[in-house]
Design a protein around this ligand. Structure first.
Ligand SMILES: [Zn+2]
Length: 465
């Protein structure tokens, strides 16, 4: 391991230059005009992997290609780990917001600025360089590794599941490692062990067949905007609890261990409230705001539409009213059953004075891997060694659908070892990657293969953690 770490340290300058080359490619998956840049991006990754000594392949899909790259396979049954990342980036707009051009990387104040620096090129590049260190120093890798670097993460990963299914035999692995989340600070390297899921709904209530004169007809028919407001207002009570029967039935309670871990995060409600600019914080009673925003389910109204929205007044009873809702879900809730509960409840409480339509939108399952299991222990040990700090266990409020894809298709759990700092500006102008997170991430990755190699060799193949 010493040889590997020495190599990482000695070559860090070159790694940063190589990462800059990678960041110069405008691999914007959302924009058709960048289709050839996407192909060039995939080729760049594959060529880079080959130059490091990996066996790499650009795997075409009906969308943007996926790069698969394997470390040289050794005889005998060895633990297998898949490393996921994405070479596509968000559009850089608004361009006026950037202090230097998004695809002309530069280092300022210990941070590398460019679109894709944190999300996600810099993060998976740290893993690539750790593997290079093993290969170039002739140090035996304790696991067989496969990199899966896709080009459609920022547009929904539509074609990755198909690649995983088609190549399942060779992609089968003991676990997946993903660095595409965050760490609270350089002093707090983190393992993210849970993600929330989501269920989206659209509701429309319709009354009269047209907008009506409120003077002539008002008082004789129900106002759909009022009915919708009453329906929605009843869905969450004063204690911040969702009132839909059965909503909490499948919620996995936070363990004392998890609550202690969350309590270690440097969170302060007063500063958090000021940061958000809200007059006061609000949420489910009995939980801290950190617990509410990451480990408890929610029901949010995302948009409301009805009646006249123009200048001045217009005296009508609107014909209809609509709302868009999303529910953030936690283990073991499922989007399909939550949508069913919502539909049944809304039908039950909707008065006969309006017609109700409820449409389900997109959904994603929540994710949870035991923070006290052997895989987590291996990841925490690698974080501790890589960063020289005691790591924290965190949950993320958002969703990463492909994590559930890895579980369903490859039956493998994912370890989320994010290297993006809170000020990384992912998806915003002036995105950056902290170079200390890069070097700590490379060391963490180097230790991770050793830790996982030991842990996985001890357990029967393909058993869940
Ligand atoms: Zn992103």
């Amino acid at each position: 391991m010493d040889k590997v770490l020495t190599y990482l340290h000695a070559n860090e300058r070159r790694f940063i230059d190589e990462l800059k080359d990678y960041l110069r490619l405008p691999t914007i998956s959302a924009q058709a005009e960048h289709a050839s840049d996407m192909v060039a991006g995939a080729r760049w990754v594959a060529d880079h992997c080959r130059a490091m000594g990996l066996q790499a392949e650009v795997c075409p899909t009906p969308g943007h290609p996926v790069v698969l790259a394997n470390t040289p396979r050794r005889p005998g049954k060895r633990p297998r780990v898949l490393i996921y990342g994405h070479y596509d980036v968000q559009p850089p707009d608004p361009l006026e917001g950037w202090e230097s051009p998004p695809f002309e990387p530069r280092v300022v104040g210990g941070r590398l600025f460019a679109r894709g620096a944190s999300d996600n090129k810099g993060q998976h590049f740290a893993h690539l360089k750790a593997v290079e260190a093993y290969l170039r120093t002739g140090t035996e890798l304790p696991c067989d590794l496969t990199f899966v670097i896709e080009g459609e993460e920022e547009v929904g990963s539509a074609h990755l599941p198909e690649v995983l299914r088609r190549r399942r035999a060779e992609l089968t692995c003991d676990c997946v490692v993903i660095s595409d989340t965050g760490m609270p600070s350089l002093k707090l390297p983190a393992l993210t062990y849970a993600l929330r899921g989501i269920a989206a709904l659209e509701i429309k209530v319709t009354g009269p067949n047209r907008d009506l004169h409120s003077g002539i007809y008002g008082g004789s028919v129900a106002n759909p905007a009022m009915v919708l407001s009453q329906l929605l207002a009843g869905l969450v009570n004063q204690q911040g609890r969702v009132t839909v029967p059965g909503f909490y039935a499948k919620v996995k309670a936070l363990s004392a261990f998890e609550r202690r871990q969350m309590g270690r995060l440097p969170h302060q409600d007063a500063a958090y409230r000021r940061f958000l600019g809200a007059p006061a914080l609000f949420g489910e009673r009995g939980y801290t705001s950190e617990e509410r925003r990451t480990a408890r389910p929610t029901l949010e109204i995302n948009g409301l539409t009805s009646g006249y929205q123009g200048e001045g007044s217009k005296t009508i009873v609107p014909s209809w009213a609509g709302a868009k809702l999303t529910l953030r879900l936690v283990p073991d809730q499922s989007p399909a059953s939550i949508v069913r509960l919502m539909k049944a409840h809304l039908r039950r409480i909707c008065p006969p004075t309006v017609r109700l339509e409820v449409k389900a939108g997109h959904g994603a399952e929540p994710y949870w891997v035991s923070p006290e299991g052997p895989l987590a222990a291996a990841a925490l040990a690698a974080l501790r060694r890589g960063f020289g700090r005691e790591p924290v266990l965190i949950r993320e409020g958002g969703s990463i659908p492909i994590v559930v894809g890895f579980r369903k298709i490859l039956r493998a759990e994912s370890l989320l070892l994010g290297l993006a700092l809170p000020d990384a500006n992912a998806h915003s102008p002036n995105e950056s990657f902290h170079l200390e997170a890069f070097s700590g991430g490379m060391r963490m990755s180097a230790h991770l293969w050793a830790e996982l190699g030991q842990t996985l060799a001890r357990r029967p193949a393909s058993s869940a953690s």
